[in-house]
Write a protein that binds this ligand. Structure first.
Ligand code: PMP
Length: 438
């Protein structure tokens, strides 16, 4: 009997014993194409020699040094390289061990910032109904995924949730795409006024929504309007790029494509590419200066912040991403999008195909015309995941409840090193699963 506490207690997953580029190999020798990079993690695939060499070299020097006493060379170099490529205004990097930790740090930094600048009533967070920001209690409270929140609701900080920017279901007949974006962005203004701007600390959003909805990009102008509203009311914009960042959407930071920058930005997943657990929170000079000239101490921390081995791995990853790999994402993404549209664009149960770069989603519906989803009891997303896995494709189907609509979707987030032939392989394997289930 296994003594591992598994994710699903009734499941007995295969044992992953090796990685080979885009493939994970189990103990029976079966190869699975990693179509979602785990959950948008493995942007370099599974056997990058430069990253493993960087890890070994760092472990040989010093594996760990506590940030209560020391900084480290890889942490300093990684922060420099991140800031060199980060959107304007982001000047400091705080390293953690994953996405939820990055979001917790972001929330606490926002709160401390307002204490430092003597606006102590600001504490409320506004986020969106279609969002996931992590599973720790603060991050979970910020996220809008009803299924994930429900069991823990009594333990959560109060958060407001406004509409997502979800064109497929949200845009009304006759409404232009731009007007739709402005309308949903303006819900932020309404909620700020309802709460009183003096009580609101931050608005939190994923630039391209990941786990809750399958790669939903914003419409043009949406984030510019959001930024305006935040600035007009003196509230911070926290962007969660844990899933959509680090080149996944075709630019190193997803928000670059929307012409906005964040006051605080969270990254993880692709930052370590799965070679080490690492996340980071980037913040503006304005926020850092307020802490530095105030208490001089961010009242937060974990044992493994700035972990040298994790930073060394991540530095090797980032050098590859910024050294040309991200440039491959858009051409491959366009190819993947085209192949998905060719294979499934006319499928009677495919409602929407969407995304940016190598971050692609397919929304499955029972009826294309009415957009009615399948009865959740049918477990369409689980059946698709199983059938795809049997066909040798690991992908990330999810179901969720968004504004009362229970949907099924597939999220594809393959490694950036995939070849043109492998684009075909992913779509072919997915087609096998579709044929079996739908
Ligand atoms: N934010 C987003 C947008 C995510 O997709 C995730 C993970 N799926 C998290 C935060 C939490 O990250 P982690 O699982 O590394 O704690």
């Amino acid at each position: 009997m296994s003594h591992v506490f598994p994710r699903h207690t009734k499941a007995s997953p295969p044992v992953a014993v090796a990685g080979d580029g885009c493939y994970v190999i189990d103990s029976a020798g079966k190869r699975y194409f990693d179509g979602s990079g785990g959950a948008a993690v493995s942007c370099l695939g599974h056997s990058d020699p430069d990253v493993t060499a960087a890890i070994k070299a760092q472990v040989d020097k010093i594996a760990f040094a506590h940030t209560g006493f020391f900084t480290s060379e890889p942490a300093e170099e990684l922060a420099d390289l991140l800031i060199e490529h980060a959107p304007d205004g982001l000047e400091r990097v705080y390293f953690v061990s994953g996405g939820s930790e990055a979001m917790e740090a972001a929330l606490k930094l926002a709160r401390q910032y307002f204490l430092e600048i003597d606006e102590p009533s600001r504490h409320r967070v506004i986020a969106r109904r279609q969002s996931y920001h992590g599973n720790t209690l603060g991050a979970l409270a910020t996220g809008g995924n009803a299924w994930r929140r429900e069991p823990f609701a009594p333990m959560m900080i109060e958060t407001s949730h406004i509409s997502p920017c979800y064109e497929y279901r949200g845009r009304e007949n006759g409404e232009s795409v731009f007007d739709y974006g402005q309308r949903v962005a303006n819900e932020l203004e309404v909620e700020i006024q309802r709460l009183g701007p003096e009580n609101v600390m931050a608005f939190v959003a994923e630039p391209v929504v990941g786990a809750t909805a399958g790669a939903v990009p914003p419409v043009e102008g949406y984030f510019k309007r959001i930024r305006e509203i935040c600035d007009a009311n003196g509230i911070l914009l926290i962007l969660d790029e844990v899933m959509c960042g680090m080149g996944r959407t075709g630019t190193l930071f997803a928000c670059e494509q929307d012409g906005v920058t964040a006051d605080i930005l969270a990254i993880a997943k692709g930052l370590g590419a799965g070679y080490q657990p690492i996340g980071a929170m980037l913040c503006s000079g304005k926020i850092y200066d307020a802490i530095e000239s105030g208490s001089g101490f961010f009242q937060h921390g974990h044992t493994y912040i700035g972990h040298p081995t994790a930073c060394a791995a991540s530095l090797a990853v980032l050098r590859k991403l910024t050294g040309g790999l991200v440039d491959q994402v858009n051409p491959l993404g366009r190819m993947l999008d085209g192949a998905l549209r060719d294979a499934f664009g006319q499928h009677p149960h495919v409602g929407d195909i969407r995304g940016r770069g190598l971050f692609r989603g397919i929304e499955i519906v029972e009826d294309r015309d009415t957009k009615a989803p399948f009865d959740p009891k049918r477990g369409v997303n689980k059946a698709l995941k199983k059938a795809a896995f049997e066909a040798g494709l690991a992908c990330y189907p999810m179901g969720g409840t968004i504004d009362g609509v229970r949907g099924d979707h597939i999220l594809l987030a393959p490694p950036f090193i995939m070849t043109e032939a492998q684009v075909g392989e992913v779509v072919d394997k997915l087609a096998v699963a579709f044929k079996k289930v739908l």
